[in-house]
Design a protein around this ligand. Structure first.
Ligand code: FES
Length: 86
């Protein structure tokens, strides 16, 4: 499990083990567009302001992963707490 703080919305969303980040966002009423939900299309790309994503997608390049400034919440998770630009 991990926590996401939404910088624009001003809420904190908990992501349970076994739940996707995007499912937790939708459950909290936050609209994030999705398409493939498998980490390949890039539709759900979300900016990361703080924290370290646990990238599990097949979309970002190695350099993009290493920058830790965006992630794909349909499949990726986080180590600890993320602050995201939503
Ligand atoms: Fe396709 Fe997230 S919905 S990468």
């Amino acid at each position: 499990a991990f926590e996401m703080a939404l910088a624009q919305t001003g809420i904190t969303v908990q992501v349970a083990a076994g739940q996707s980040a995007v499912a937790a966002l939708h459950a909290a009423g936050v609209d994030v567009p999705v398409s493939c939900e498998q980490g390949v299309c890039g539709t759900c790309l979300t900016r990361v302001l703080e924290g370290t994503p646990d990238h599990r997608d097949a979309y970002l390049t190695e350099d993009e992963r290493a920058a830790n400034d965006q992630f794909l919440p349909c499949c990726s998770r986080a180590r600890g707490r993320l602050v995201i630009d939503l």
